[in-house]
Design a binder for this molecule. Structure first.
Ligand code: URA
Length: 212
């Protein structure tokens, strides 16, 4: 498994504003979109393309375009929804599948309440959007859903990650023969006893959409 910490100064700047508890939901949502667009640039470095020949107003040339079938973007509801717009700016022709997952605040176990994915993901590059890689339980379950449907090239984009979560995902897929990648804006210190990332940014869903 590959883990890429995209520690670009602009990403660090935007993450710092995002983390600040004084940042309101409106600014938070806007920053999440911007951050995902920047992270998507790293995450799509290996997106599949094929050569094409075109003619510019000046001369013919050999270029490249995205392969079909198009990539699939899978936000994990609820907080991953806040990342979708920023991702679609980079990959506007991608298909979108949805996974609704919630973790029990006591056991920290993830359970699925919605699953809307293409039946057949073979040959498709998949990008999971989940802002917080905390215990890793949600991400392992999400990877498994995609693998069950034939996906063999999966990248997760997370704003922040905890070392414990990265280890859990690494352990779960250490024998995987195909590319599993995590792209994150920062690798934080640890998880606290409630499963929150420290220093983190709090509850990403609440900060995006309010406490419901
Ligand atoms: N989910 C969140 O929203 N925040 C955390 O710190 C961990 C999981």
């Amino acid at each position: 498994m590959k883990v890429l910490v995209a520690d670009h100064p602009l990403i660090t700047h935007k993450l710092t504003v995002l983390r600040d508890k004084e940042t309101n939901s409106q600014v938070f949502r806007h920053l999440v979109e911007e951050l995902v667009t920047l992270l998507a640039y790293e995450a799509t470095r290996e997106v599949k393309i094929h050569p094409v020949e075109i003619v510019t107003p000046v001369a013919p040339m050999k270029g490249a375009m995205l392969d079909t079938p198009r990539p699939v973007v899978v936000p994990i509801l609820r907080a991953g929804l806040g990342m979708l717009e920023g991702m679609m700016r980079v990959l506007p022709s991608a298909d979108v599948g949805f996974l609704g997952m919630v973790r029990d605040e006591k056991t920290l176990q993830a359970s699925t309440y919605a699953n809307r994915l293409p039946e057949d993901l073979s040959g498709r590059q998949c990008y999971i959007l989940d802002p917080m890689l905390a215990t890793g339980g949600t991400l392992v379950a999400a990877f498994n859903y995609l693998i069950e449907r034939g996906a063999k090239d999966i990248t997760a984009i997370c704003l922040l990650a905890a070392p414990e979560g990265v280890k859990t995902v690494e352990r779960a897929f250490e024998k995987s023969s195909f590319p599993i990648t995590i792209v994150t804006g920062a690798l934080d210190q640890k998880l606290n006893e409630h499963g929150y990332i420290v220093p983190g940014l709090g509850d990403a869903g609440d900060r995006l959409y309010g406490v419901v």
